[in-house]
Design a protein. Structure first.
Length: 143
């Protein structure tokens, strides 16, 4: 009977490292490669979470910036030193612009993360296929 995948994958990774196959990558990413090889990776779910996190962070940053600006404006009003054009401040338009900027930054961050993940996934897929090949050669098919 064959070895379980949970024990075989780390052995194959160690053999690849010892053989000089993707040594730097596998040393650096061993835990992740092992987990990805054993457990199913849901890329769509992961990317959705990365994008949502980027949006949430940008919203929080924008809201904090808006609150700071409101406080500054109130302090200037109380001190009587607000220039006339500031009185015509359109908060709704400003909020719309800040949200649009945050959304664009979040989307850009999500796209960049997606590109990085695609490259990592390609490297993992190539590595995993090599690992599987080596595993099959040494241990036979999984039962």
């Amino acid at each position: 009977m064959g070895e379980s995948i949970q024990s075989a994958v780390p052995k194959v990774i160690d053999e690849c490292i010892a053989s000089g196959i993707l040594t730097d990558f596998l040393k650096r990413e061993k835990a992740e490669v092992t987990a990805m090889s054993i457990y199913e990776y849901d890329e769509e779910w992961h990317l959705a979470n990365v994008r949502e996190e980027a949006r949430r962070e940008e919203r929080e940053r924008a809201e904090a910036e808006i609150n700071d600006l409101k406080k500054e404006l109130e302090a200037l009003k109380e001190a009587g030193s607000v220039p006339a054009p500031i009185y015509h401040y359109d908060e709704d338009k400003h909020l719309e612009n800040v949200r649009k900027e945050a959304r664009e930054e979040g989307l850009a961050a999500g796209r960049e993360e997606e590109r990085a993940n695609t490259l990592r996934e390609q490297a993992r897929a190539d590595s995993f296929e090599k690992l599987c090949e080596k595993y099959r050669e040494k241990f036979g098919e999984l039962s």
